[in-house]
Design a protein around this ligand. Structure first.
Ligand code: ADP
Length: 166
């Protein structure tokens, strides 16, 4: 049976850290589905559609990775897609407490679905989507931390926001 990992997250926007994790997971799984959550509470900069388009372009060379949006309970979505594991990233100790809480809750909701944690390459250990947005909002360069199309998209988005505010 095909081993499918579901990688859920906000991906606002996708970074090279996320991609590093997808590539690592593809060595262990037959397929990785990057599952975009709306995460309205986080007030994302990009719409779900924009996030999906950026991910699609970022994973176009990875044949066994694909992306889609999901709503509602993650374990239900994983079951629907016949996923064998939830993939999450652990960067620093700061990620641990929240991730542990989520993993235990998801296990309680469905004992058949495992959560697998992976560490990105060291250079991406301190990389977050939030820091990308912050740097760009102050006019800094994020080259090397996100795919080129993402860099352009974040710059454009902040330009639009600035124009509206002026
Ligand atoms: P969420 O709102 O679910 O935290 P994110 O897009 O911020 O969504 O993160 C999705 C997953 O990717 C989380 O497991 C997070 O720890 C992981 N992640 C985020 N940034 C990185 C990175 N630089 N390297 C590895 N994993 C990461």
């Amino acid at each position: 049976m095909k081993k499918i990992a579901i990688y859920p997250g906000t991906f606002d926007p996708i970074t090279n850290g996320h991609l590093d994790l997808v590539k690592r997971a593809l060595r262990m799984f037959d397929e990785v589905i990057i599952a975009v959550a709306p995460s309205q509470k986080k007030q994302p900069l990009f719409t779900v559609r924009e996030r999906l388009l950026l991910i699609k372009s970022a994973v176009r060379s990875l044949k066994k990775a694909r992306t889609e949006a999901f709503n509602g309970l993650l374990v239900e979505y994983v079951k629907k897609r016949k996923g064998s594991a939830i993939l999450r990233g652990l960067r620093a100790v700061s990620d641990f407490e929240y991730e542990l809480q989520m993993a235990h809750m998801n296990r309680r909701l469905n004992t058949n679905i495992e959560t697998v944690f992976m560490m990105p390459s060291e250079e991406y250990s301190y990389l977050t989507s939030s820091i990308i947005k912050e740097v760009v909002s102050f006019g800094g360069s994020v080259r090397g931390f996100v795919p080129d199309e993402v860099e352009v998209a974040v710059h454009e988005k902040f330009k639009i926001v600035k124009d509206i505010l002026e």
